[in-house]
Design a protein around this ligand. Structure first.
Ligand SMILES: Cc1cc2nc3c(=O)[nH]c(=O)nc-3n(C[C@H](O)[C@H](O)[C@H](O)COP(=O)(O)OP(=O)(O)OC[C@H]3O[C@@H](n4cnc5c(N)ncnc54)[C@H](O)[C@@H]3O)c2cc1C
Length: 460
């Protein structure tokens, strides 16, 4: 790579090569725009590929495999105690990421998108500088900011990558022996507590909130907490951690008056937008009070040449939404009449059992005063669930009591992640409960539980 003064003109520059950025760049190129994507990382994929979704779900799969071996005894199959080769686990996870990264590079070449490695910042609303890039300045017609988020630190427990880890650092599995504190109440905290527990750590999960996953319905979360309590050392909710200190050998905290020591802590205290490196003061882009970049339904910021997409624009901080918003940004810039207005962004928590929901939750319906009715169906009667020994699930449908329009669906149970896509489609297409009830679902499968809950509405 040659570093130096080198300016190029382009229709579009995308800053950030994560799901929002690469989706935007590929779509813009398809629509005929000369496009550059700039990312500080070596390859495309962002947090999602290199330090988030893919690594965490690969580890969740490995944890599920360990758990399935344990459950197999109930089905009459003795697999013995799993022996974990941590180097092979790390190699498998890293190999998965590298294979997918190569795929993205191929797509980048196929679309003719030009990639520049380096940190980018705005010189003004027409120019982006990449001081260490092989192209040092890009003159653009339009820009998309897709710089994502990073983990927010705990005041007393600064990240050091050794004793105090971000969720992303925890995925590298620096060490899984000893006592691990997971601090937080979001999906990352739950997933990592499950993974480290399965790999042999003694895990204590401490959430400041009364409920883990506060945005989900409490009745969907409860079974997950019960299952977690059986797998790890302890779950403490509404707990306040005081006097936290990092020592040479670990982390000490005061919890409810007693001192607890851990070998390391994984801190999941939420995320903050990556904007300060962008030098937005040279543009007209405004931030909201939490530091995110607010955008309208066409992904426009307060600077008419600059759009934003993905986590940097605020909730929901999810890759599926980032991909969608990135594509919308590219299409708006190309002059297509599209808006970003999904009715149902699916949220999946890859715990055991899993939780997934989309559309309106019962909690939100009550808070907003939306007229609604709820149908709940436990999975006890499902042939598929029974055969797998996984009747520990429930389907919940929130619908309009007059029109029977499906407003939201929530699931707790095995394979919920594979069922929620159909729920999102139903809500996006304006399905009423009868549509789901009248659709012939394959038998015996988990997805027929969606038809079952819809049918239960009329049978009551
Ligand atoms: C442990 C973990 C597990 C997760 N699991 C899931 C999951 O299961 N499902 C899900 O939907 N989401 C999950 N997420 C969230 C998901 O990773 C994000 O929602 C997604 O990556 C957001 O995409 P993005 O494109 O907005 O930003 P990112 O993927 O964060 O990409 C932003 C990119 O911008 C680059 N960048 C930043 N500033 C600059 C700059 N000034 N110049 C150049 N480049 C810059 C960064 O290097 C980065 O590559 C998880 C996250 C974590 C941490």
């Amino acid at each position: 790579m040659v570093v130096g003064e080198f300016t190029q003109e382009t229709d579009l520059v995308v800053i950030g090569g994560g799901p929002a950025g690469y989706a935007a760049a590929f779509r813009a190129a398809e629509l005929g725009h000369k496009t550059f994507v700039v990312d500080a990382r070596d390859g495309l994929g962002g947090t999602c590929l290199h330090a988030g979704c893919i690594g965490s779900k690969t580890l969740v799969h490995i944890a599920d495999t360990i758990d399935s071996a344990r459950r197999a005894a109930d089905l009459g199959v003795q697999l013995g105690s799993p022996r974990i080769d941590l180097d092979q686990v790390r190699a498998w996870t890293q190999g998965t990421i590298e294979r997918l990264a190569q795929g993205l590079e191929g797509l980048c070449r196929k679309h003719g998108v030009q990639r520049v490695r380096g940190m980018a910042h705005f010189a003004d609303s027409r120019h982006v500088d990449i001081p260490q890039g092989e192209v040092s300045r890009l003159k653009f017609k339009r820009a998309i900011i897709a710089t994502g988020c990073r983990s927010r630190a705990h005041g007393d427990l600064p990240f050091d990558g050794l004793r105090v880890l971000t969720p992303a650092q925890a995925l590298e599995l620096p060490d899984v022996s000893g006592d691990v504190l997971v601090l937080g109440h979001d999906y990352m905290a739950l997933e990592l507590a499950g993974v480290y527990g399965a790999l042999g750590s003694r895990v204590t999960l401490i959430g400041q909130n009364e409920q883990l996953l506060p945005q989900a319905d409490a009745d969907l979360v409860r079974p997950v907490v019960r299952a977690l309590e059986q797998r790890i050392e302890g779950v403490h909710l509404a707990a306040s951690v005081t006097d936290a200190t990092v020592t040479d050998t670990g982390v000490e905290i005061s919890l409810d008056g007693s001192t607890r020591r851990f070998d390391r802590a994984i801190v999941c205290q939420g995320l903050e937008a990556c904007t300060e490196s962008l030098q937005l003061q040279h543009t007209k882009v405004a931030l909201d009070k939490d530091g995110f970049i607010p955008v309208d339904e066409r992904t426009r910021t307060t600077d008419q040449r600059i759009h934003a997409a993905g986590d940097v624009t605020g909730d929901p901080l999810l890759a599926d939404r980032a991909l969608h918003q990135g594509r919308i940004a590219a299409e708006v810039i190309a002059g297509l009449d599209v808006i970003d207005d999904p009715r149902a962004v699916p949220v999946v928590v890859f715990t055991d059992p899993q939780i997934a929901w989309c559309g309106l939750t019962e909690t939100a319906a009550k808070l907003e005063g939306t007229a609604h009715a709820v149908a709940r169906l436990p999975w006890g009667a499902s042939g598929r669930a029974a055969g797998m020994g996984r009747t520990d699930g429930v389907t919940k449908m929130i619908y309009d009591p007059d029109s029977k329009l499906v407003l939201g669906i929530g699931l707790t149970g095995a394979h919920a992640s594979e069922m929620i896509g159909q729920c999102a489609l139903a809500i996006e297409m304006g399905a009423v409960t009868d549509d789901l009830a009248a659709t012939v679902h394959p038998h015996p499968t988990m997805c027929e539980l969606l038809a079952d809950v819809a049918r239960s509405i009329d049978s009551r």
